[in-house]
Design a protein around this ligand. Structure first.
Ligand code: NAD
Length: 471
């Protein structure tokens, strides 16, 4: 049985001051796999003090030194690639297919940030003045469990590029993944205090990071609810905040799209990371006169989806991260039925033979109206809603009729037509004819999907404070 009983402060693994025990549960079996001793406010304050001390010298490092640190981090993380995949699969039930891709993205974050840094102007002339972009200070990094190390590495790479030191609080559900990535960071050998990592509850360690006056900026990825709590508390010390929050992303199938291609892709996209992805295209908008054809294609596609053991190469959908999350998804499936949507596939209950774990049936609702809760609220499970529309105007209106605005997807036979529609969608990232990733392009949400952007130049500027020098 695994027991994790340290936090990482000032370049060393140390016993936490906190004593609360958090139990680690395997989502495939619901058996206990280990426990973690959580850090508390005192641990958070020690980590913040170490980061504050290290900031004095780290903020003055050169571009070349920061690039060398990023290369060392990349090398140390790359060396453990296979273990990083395995621990993701084991800890929260991400599928092997997804976790392999996720760890590759995790590693690519360092190269992408090196690229950005190489070309970045830290000093610019504007009007009569010189504008210097200076590191904002100690950054607090708070992350969710659904691709824990990916978020940690992308935020850390950006902070390092800016010359900021960090205190990281990962999700309490990701302790085993955190332990491994911490070992990688330790091996990379950055100066003491630049990277500090404290396991702990959001309401304890996360709240201390949010309120502490020596934290200048918070980069948070997680739910909209917690994002709002952090934003409210952060304002007392006027922290800079970058918030990457929830989503309910539309996938608009235009009338001229190739349905044979677009619909199976839409189904598998909605189930990415077991449906636990902020950018998952969970609202499928289709022309009303093609609804029957779409339903048949979606039904055929869902029959090919394998729900099961995440460690099996063939599995497309693994378990929900926790029993609580399983129950939440079940509630939403019941709500969809009560609201009068038509259940096309799946439904409540566990798939046969998978009763021990937090498995949900791959579920599709059709004839969904956009005002239903299953179309408006983030379910965070393998549940797709098919929503018919009459005209392209109506499709755009439905796509935008949400409090979220993280991502959107458009399929069309004409790229130009898709781009015209993209121009009218309120979302931070729009993919045309498929799913793609670009670590240089800004990532973040419109509306209640967040504040600010990550990745590339926009991401880096969010860790910098402009100082204009006049005269
Ligand atoms: P969550 O909001 O419950 O928790 C995220 C982190 O915040 C955890 O580390 C948690 O311990 C911490 N936290 C909780 N309460 C806190 C508080 N009061 N103060 C400070 N920190 C606190 O989210 P989750 O369940 O871990 O992750 C799922 C959510 O994350 C979904 O809503 C999903 O859409 C969102 N998400 C967004 C993105 C994005 O890039 N926009 C990416 C992945 C996940």
């Amino acid at each position: 049985m695994k027991r994790i009983a340290h936090v990482y402060i000032n370049g060393a693994f140390v016993a936490p001051h906190g004593t609360e025990i958090f139990t680690l549960i395997n989502p495939v079996t619901n058996q206990k796999t280990g426990e973690v001793v959580l850090g508390d406010e005192t641990d958070a304050r020690a980590a913040i003090a170490a980061a504050k001390q290290a900031f004095k010298t780290f903020s003055a490092t050169t571009r070349e030194e920061r690039i060398a640190y990023l290369q060392a981090l990349k090398q140390a993380v790359s060396k453990r690639e296979k273990e990083l995949v395995d621990v993701m699969v084991a800890e929260y039930g991400g599928t092997l297919q997804f976790c392999r891709m996720s760890v590759q993205y995790t590693i690519s974050n360092f190269d992408a940030m090196i690229n950005t840094l190489q070309q970045f102007g830290f000093e610019r002339t504007m009007g009569q003045s010189v504008v210097r972009l200076e590191p904002v200070g100690v950054a607090g990094i708070i992350t969710p469990w659904n691709a824990s190390n990916g978020f940690i590495c992308s935020k850390l790479a950006t902070a390092i590029a800016a010359g900021c030191t960090v205190v990281i609080k990962p999700s309490e559900l990701s302790a085993a993944q955190t332990e491994l990535i911490t070992e990688c960071f330790h091996e990379a050998g950055l100066p003491k205090g630049v990277i500090n990592i404290v396991n702990g509850l959001g309401s304890v360690v996360g709240a201390e990071i949010t309120r502490h006056p020596d934290i200048a900026k918070i980069s948070f990825t997680g739910s909209t609810l917690v994002g709002k709590t952090i934003a409210r508390a952060a304002v007392d010390t006027m922290k800079r905040v970058t918030l990457e929050l929830g989503g309910k992303s539309p996938n608009i199938i235009l009338a001229d799209a190739d349905l044979q291609q677009a619909i199976p892709m839409a189904v598998s996209g909605a189930y990415m990371n077991n449906g636990q992805a902020c950018i998952a295209p969970t609202r499928l908008l289709v022309p009303e006169n093609k609804l029957e054809e779409v339903n048949a294609l979606a039904k055929a596609a869902v029959q090919e989806v394998i729900v099961g053991d995440p460690a099996d190469e063939r599995t497309n959908v693994g378990p929900m991260v926790s029993q609580k999350q399983y129950e939440r998804v079940q509630q939403y499936i019941s709500t969809g039925v009560e609201e009068g949507a038509t259940l096309l596939a799946g439904g409540t209950g566990k798939p046969e033979g998978l009763e021990a774990g937090n498995f949900v049936k791959a579920t599709i609702f059709t004839n969904v109206r956009n005002d239903m809760r299953i179309a408006q609220e983030e379910i965070f499970g393998p549940v797709l809603s098919i929503i018919p529309y009459k005209t392209e105007e109506e499709a755009i209106a439905i796509a935008n009729d949400t409090t979220y605005g993280l991502a959107a997807y458009i399929s069309s036979g004409s790229e130009e037509r898709a781009r015209q529609v993209a121009a009218r969608i309120d979302a931070g990232r729009i993919c045309i004819n498929g799913f793609s990733h670009d670590p240089q392009a800004p990532f973040g949400g419109f509306k209640q999907s967040g504040i600010g952007r990550e990745y590339g130049v926009y991401g880096l500027e969010a860790y910098l404070e402009p100082k204009a020098i006049l005269g």
